[in-house]
Design a protein around this ligand. Structure first.
Ligand SMILES: CC(C)(COP(=O)(O)OP(=O)(O)OC[C@H]1O[C@@H](n2cnc3c(N)ncnc32)[C@H](O)[C@@H]1OP(=O)(O)O)[C@@H](O)C(=O)NCCC(=O)NCCS
Length: 162
């Protein structure tokens, strides 16, 4: 659960202010867009962490649901709020709502150079299942092109937690 000053929940694609705030955070974090935040397609999901006091978006998680699997295609937190538990709150909300929806697996790719994200996912129960060579373009992450594929099987995690 996120701290009291943060509220985490699904993004309403019609909330154009929140959508715009997600796009700004996304553009600062990644060399490519994480998702069509304004889309209302049922398989495209986005969660946002907001400042409880004023509703400002502090971070997002964007995913795609298909056949019992959620692919987490982007997670980013506004730089001025890093290392305050916002990313962890988002990951936990993704896993919580995936379990409620009967999703069996959440998967993602992360640059092998991204120690912060790998640490976060690992501490929430994801494990690295393979390394993909040259997954990213040469310009994406300071020349580091390899990705880790990480997954969590929610049945396993649910057993571990309870
Ligand atoms: C990765 C990211 C989302 C983490 O968000 P955050 O809100 O700063 O993370 P949290 O404060 O919830 O930290 C959770 C855990 O992540 C790890 N972590 C986060 N930042 C870290 C850092 N700079 N160095 C090492 N570990 C770090 C730690 O395990 C941390 O737990 P701890 O604080 O108890 O040690 C954020 O750094 C970010 O937006 N990065 C740019 C975008 C990105 O790389 N996204 C992931 C792509 S797959």
């Amino acid at each position: 659960m996120a701290a009291a000053w943060v509220t985490v929940g699904l993004l309403d694609p019609g909330d154009v202010v929140a959508v715009a705030q997600c796009i700004v955070i996304d553009a600062e974090a990644f060399p490519y867009p994480s998702g069509p935040f304004g889309s209302s397609h049922p398989s495209l999901l986005a969660w946002v962490a907001r400042e409880s006091a004023d509703g400002r978006v502090l971070g997002f998680a964007a995913g795609q649901a298909r056949g019992g699997v959620v692919y987490l295609q982007g997670l980013a937190v506004d730089r001025s709020h890093h290392r305050r538990g916002v990313g962890r709150g988002l990951v936990r909300e993704v896993l919580r709502s995936a379990r409620l929806a009967g999703v069996h697996t959440v998967s993602l790719h992360v640059s092998v150079a991204n120690r912060a994200a790998i640490g976060l996912y690992g501490s929430e129960g994801f494990r690295a299942v393979r390394r993909l060579r040259d997954f990213y373009s040469a310009t994406a992450f300071d020349g580091e092109r390899d990705a880790l594929e990480m997954i969590i099987h929610l049945g396993e995690r649910a057993l571990a937690v309870n």
